[in-house]
Ligand binder design. Structure first.
Ligand SMILES: [Zn+2]
Length: 606
């Protein structure tokens, strides 16, 4: 039975694409095209463990990108750590009556464990309270000062008379002067994402005493951002390829006009500024945090026994520096950070791309750690496999707008996409091969042709969503997945992989191997070889998102663990199916109800 119609196979465009795909990549050519990439995830405040907002915002997308690039053979390292300073940590320490360092070290360890549980593999996970970071940050401050970009100013600040303390950043709260929402803090409004000059807060209150603060004079050091404006605009003009949401955010910031911003604070937890007679003055956490990417890379190099190795990335203009972060971090990474980097003694590279994500909501509401409205990774891992969360957060990534995590959707995605579609394709294919074909299928001559066949003339497009109309054949879909990973469009990669699995199931249904096996064994072999080859390609394409599940899939097919992206095109001579077990299992209603109950009760993790 033939249902593929080859009539439009002469279509010249498609033919060209087909032949390009068949040209084996010369090993040397590939080597020459290798890229050097340095990936970072925004440093996370060490005042609590990891929750799904962190994962969706800046960790999972980075890990997927890194895994994809490793498969391509690129020279890529993935750097991160905890942000140990800042008022969230000292406030937490005061609540518990311990030193801030205790809090920072505790949550640094727990976050690392959470990341491991989700198979998010950073090359180094450091913390900004480590001695190396302190030294590097102080040098950065000094260099910027000596280059003439820092001004000392006397100004008025809120002061808590009862506790004899200046109220920096989160020690003060009030109503946002921009969007008028309550609970805005002295540094930033969570609601509208805007940075706030604490003095402009409406109805300010001290977070320590709850009282209305007085105003008192103090001295601080300011980065002269207006002096950078021309340079920044010129540099940003070369970044047309950045995500729209990022560019829009930056432009609205620039167009409001750059102002001088304080890079020091009156606090007792932070990096002391390296000047005489400045007791009680520390670097503003947002000044030193991104420097943590550098000090963490230095730590990595030292651990490798090659202390200068960090320079190979940070000081080479060929390196692509890519910062993964949530949208609240955009201004710091695209305005202040490149300004600071550009005035150092050593020629540091500037960010190549800043693929910021929007926010992830939970059950239709904004996530909030203070209201305990989130899903903590530690809690999640008590009940489910980390791999499943990777899938659901990738399928639902807040790439261009906020997205919502709901437990019901979690269940649907696992049960439908993974279990019923991908799991089913693997299961029915392997079981059939074992039962009727002695566990082995052999390569058929027309396999390449089947992959390049027009989906629209084949009947395979019947359940293809309309937005994939421009994809003519399976090779097109595979190229689309490749392109999606390159452009951080993980959601699209997921949709296209699902499309492949649906095509596989549909092909199986149309070809009816359970009928053909009785009359024509080679026709059944052809059907099952096609399905197996499709699964083999999926096992590579899906690895950046679900590395462990794909390992399991490959094991059932007796495929090697060490493979690279280009292996997608290398069709094996045969498949021998090993032991078969279900790839995924269904999640029951009761399991989801339990999670909804736990959410309502509130986690006791904090
Ligand atoms: Zn606001």
């Amino acid at each position: 039975m033939r249902f593929f119609v080859g009539s439009d196979f002469e279509d010249s465009l498609r033919k060209t694409a087909f032949f390009i795909l068949q040209i084996p990549l010369d090993e040397n050519t590939r080597r020459k095209n290798l890229e050097k990439i340095l990936v970072t995830s925004a440093l996370t405040y060490a005042n609590g463990p990891l929750h799904i907002g962190h994962v969706a915002g800046s960790y999972l997308n980075a890990d997927i990108f890194v895994r994809y690039n490793k498969l391509l053979g690129n020279d890529i390292i993935y750097i991160g750590g905890t942000d140990d300073y800042g008022t969230p940590i000292s406030i937490k320490a005061e609540e518990e009556g311990v030193k801030p360092r205790v809090i920072a070290e505790r949550y640094n360890k727990r976050m690392k464990k959470d990341l491991d549980g989700l198979n998010i593999q950073l090359d180094n996970f450091s913390g900004t309270s480590r001695p190396r970071h302190i030294k590097v940050s102080q040098d950065f401050f000094t260099n910027l000062l000596e280059a003439g970009y820092v001004n000392k100013k006397t100004l008025n600040q809120f002061y808590d008379e009862k506790h004899k303390r200046f109220l920096a950043d989160r020690y003060i709260e009030g109503i946002c002067p921009h969007c008028k929402s309550e609970g805005a803090r002295g540094d930033q409004c969570d609601k509208c994402g805007k940075l706030i000059d604490a003095m402009s807060l409406i109805e300010p209150r001290s977070k320590i005493s709850g009282e209305k603060p007085i105003i008192k004079e103090t001295t601080h050091w300011y980065i002269n951002l207006p002096k950078f404006e021309k340079q920044l605009r010129e540099w940003l003009a070369t970044k047309k390829y950045w995500k729209d949401n990022v560019l829009n955010f930056i432009m609205s910031w620039l167009n409001e006009g750059l102002i001088e911003r304080a890079i020091t604070r009156d606090l007792n937890w932070g990096i002391p500024i390296p000047l005489e007679n400045t007791k009680g003055k520390v670097l503003y956490v947002w000044f030193d945090a991104p420097i943590g990417y550098i000090s963490s890379t230095m730590e990595w190099a030292e651990k490798k026994g090659q202390p200068d190795l960090w320079k190979k990335y940070w000081l080479d203009p060929e390196t692509k520096l890519i910062h993964f972060l949530g949208k609240d971090n955009i201004p710091f990474h695209t305005i202040i950070w490149p300004a600071v980097l550009s005035k150092q003694k050593e020629p540091f590279i500037l960010p190549y791309d800043v693929p910021a994500n929007e926010f992830l909501n939970l059950e239709g509401q904004k996530m909030s750690t203070s209201r305990n409205w989130t899903v903590w990774v530690e809690d999640y891992l008590k009940y489910f496999d980390g791999e499943l969360l990777r899938y659901v957060l990738a399928a639902n990534a807040p790439e261009t707008k906020d997205s919502d995590f709901t437990w019901k959707d979690f269940q649907n995605k696992i049960n439908n996409d993974l279990n019923n579609v991908l799991g089913n394709l693997a299961n029915r294919t392997f079981i059939f091969i074992k039962k009727y074909l002695n566990g082995k299928v052999n390569k058929t001559e027309n396999i390449d042709k089947l992959f390049a066949e027009n989906l629209f003339s084949s009947g395979l497009n019947n359940n293809t969503p309309f937005y994939f109309d421009n994809l003519e054949d399976i090779s097109d879909i595979i190229n689309g997945i490749d392109e999606s990973y390159k452009k951080y469009k993980v959601r699209r990669a997921v949709q296209l992989i699902l499309l492949l699995t649906r095509i596989g199931n549909r092909y199986f249904d149309i070809e009816k191997p359970w009928v053909t096996i009785k009359k024509n064994r080679s026709e059944a072999n052809e059907t099952l070889f096609f399905c197996s080859e499709l699964l083999r390609r999926i096992s590579i394409l899906f690895t950046p998102i679900m590395p462990e599940a794909m390992k399991k899939l490959r094991k059932m097919m007796n495929l090697a663990d060490d493979f690279e992206w280009d292996d997608i095109k290398k069709v094996p001579e045969s498949f021998k199916i090993g032991e078969v077990s279900p790839l995924f299992k269904k999640i029951e209603d009761a399991e989801i109800e339990k999670q909804l109950e736990l959410l309502k009760e509130g986690s006791e993790i904090l």
